[in-house]
Design a protein around this ligand. Structure first.
Ligand code: HEC
Ligand code: HEC
Ligand code: HEC
Length: 447
């Protein structure tokens, strides 16, 4: 994907590179299973709809909150509203960005104050219901590609500030693009059923046994910053799996060729395949600068850092780090031991093509290449991001906001699918790492 230099750094690199952090699975079997699941449920749905039609939630009077435009601007930033709702530099918040999902393509909508094509006519109640319940003023239901499943956890106070800030957004005339979702997903009428199963409208409640910093971190991760939207695996109906919260998800975004391909977002729990080797300071530094000795931002996380986390206060990134280091380690069980032939082949590829920068020990040297020891990217159950970085090199913003240094090259043209599968398998089983083998077919899918 091409990165464009940004005029406005908060809205840069949008154009051809949407942040598609929604329905995080792309398994072909879901194409078969999901319609079957829907059809089996279809009978109950019509009658259930009658019962399920959610009661609209109403906030208190806007003036009763301790809200301000300034607070709202910060909440919009940490929630990264702009990334998903901006398709061109000159059209901030005007929507039209494409999201590819296993269920088809859909587009974000115009959330500027334009009365005709945006949300200019919305009252505070209307806005509140969209954030808490995913409901439009006309009663129609919004897709959870809009992460209201996380935003619902925001405090009413924060939603009020956000509303005040939204009022300051210049109106842009920009009619919605029509979605291309497959049947039955195109039916918004089915969404109340999905919500009844998977959407919890409750505001985040502080855990009294934990510190204020921990609770702030939990609030940010689960609420406004919606880290789980990408980092939590999804079930076949596209809902986040609570039992595997933050253990690493998969979703579709563009790679350098402009095609949509899978990306894996890493395990954020302190498991050995997650952030075990990261200190709190390193997590904070990564969110602020995109760089640590364990990782340099190289994929869709670019947008999250560029447009959102680097503007967080030091206290807020530390709160996130505190929370992430304190949740119980958890990981998706990962099977498939590598063969000794594949490991031997992989070691040769590594020595020839990788070892000069990442060193024979995998430790990198901070100038030439990052450490692959305990790397979350290397060990993700789904190896798609690892394959992408080998095939296409890192997708850094232009100009790079990480310090100028040696960069990883694109190796996709030089190495065959077999070579890449072998070297990926090798580094997933070396330097103390432990993750399943990678097949040439998995590499081919990412080309
Ligand atoms: C992960 C991408 C993503 C993020 C982040 C995001 N949105 Fe959206 N939003 C969408 C999509 C996609 C839709 C369209 C959903 C649909 O058509 O059902 C949408 C729809 C909406 C709507 C409904 C508008 C309408 O036309 O009915 C509102 C309001 C909204 N978003 C506000 C926000 C605000 C405020 C934020 C930040 C707090 C935000 N969004 C963050 C993707 C996102
Ligand atoms: C020219 C030096 C160089 C070579 C050769 C090289 N890398 Fe890298 N690699 C880097 C640098 C530098 C980074 C950090 C991203 C950046 O700044 O470009 C990186 C990043 C990575 C990452 C991502 C780690 C993360 O979480 O950020 C992986 C995985 C990786 N390299 C694996 C490999 C493999 C496998 C090979 C051989 C097929 C290889 N590299 C060859 C320099 C190199
Ligand atoms: C748009 C989807 C998305 C969102 C939202 C998101 N991430 Fe990520 N994250 C990724 C992907 C994909 C990667 C893999 C590396 C990359 O893209 O550079 C990643 C990597 C990471 C890494 C590890 C880097 C490495 O290479 O090992 C950390 C730490 C991280 N994310 C933290 C967070 C936190 C904390 C949040 C919430 C504030 C968050 N992410 C929100 C997609 C996302």
């Amino acid at each position: 994907m091409t990165r464009h230099p940004a005029k406005n750094p908060r809205l840069d690199q949008r154009g051809d590179n949407p942040e598609t952090e929604l329905i995080g699975m792309n398994l072909s079997r879901t194409r078969i299973l999901v319609p079957a699941a829907w059809l089996a449920l279809a009978g109950c749905i019509l009658s259930a709809l009658y019962i399920l039609s959610p009661e609209k939630m109403t906030p208190a009077d806007l003036r009763s909150y301790d809200a301000s435009i300034e607070k709202g601007r910060y909440i919009a930033t940490i929630s990264n509203c702009a990334s998903c709702h901006t398709a061109g530099d000159d059209k901030a918040y005007a929507g039209g960005l494409e999201f590819q999902t296993p269920f088809g393509a859909l587009y974000s909508t115009n959330i500027t104050m334009d009365r005709e094509t945006g949300i200019g006519g919305w009252s505070f109640e209307d806005f509140y219901q969209s954030m808490k319940q995913g409901i439009r003023p006309d009663g129609s239901h919004l897709y959870p590609a809009f992460p209201y499943t996380a935003f619902a956890k925001m405090s009413d106070e924060d939603i009020a500030s956000l509303f005040l800030f939204m009022q300051t957004i210049e109106p842009v005339y920009s009619p919605a693009r029509s979605n291309h979702l497959e049947f039955p997903y195109k039916l918004r009428e089915l969404l109340p059923f999905w919500k009844a199963l998977f959407h919890d409208t409750a505001t985040y409640e502080a855990d009294a046994a934990k510190s204020a910093l921990w609770n702030r971190g939990a609030y940010l991760v689960e609420g406004p910053a919606h880290c789980g939207a990408c980092h939590t695996p999804r079930n076949i109906l596209g809902a986040e799996r609570k039992d595997l919260a933050l253990t690493g998800g998969v979703y579709l975004d563009r790679v350098r060729t402009g095609q949509f391909r899978e990306w894996s977002a890493v395990n954020l729990t302190p498991a050995p395949t997650g952030l075990a080797v990261w200190s709190k300071d390193e997590i904070s530094a990564y969110l602020k600068t995109g760089q640590t000795r364990h990782a340099v931002v190289h994929g869709p996380m670019n947008e999250v850092i560029m447009n959102s986390t680097r503007f967080m206060t030091d206290a807020d990134v530390l709160a996130i780090a505190t929370y992430l280091k304190d949740i119980p380690p958890n990981e998706e069980s990962d099977v498939g031991e590598p063969s000794s032939e594949q490991l031997a082949a992989g070691e040769i590829v590594y020595t020839v093509h990788c070892g000069s920068c990442h060193l024979p020990t995998g430790a990198g040297d901070n100038i030439l290449g990052v450490s692959l020891i305990g790397s979350a990217i290397v060990q993700a159950p789904n190896p798609s991001s690892l394959i992408n970085v080998i095939l296409y090199g890192p997708h850094l913003p232009e100009p790079p906001f990480v310090a100028d240094r040696t960069r990883m090259k694109m190796l996709g043209k030089r190495l065959s699918d077999d070579d890449i599968a072998s070297v990926a398998t090798y580094i997933r089983s070396s330097f103390g790492n432990h993750a399943s083998a990678v097949s040439p077919a998995q590499v081919k899918r990412q080309r």
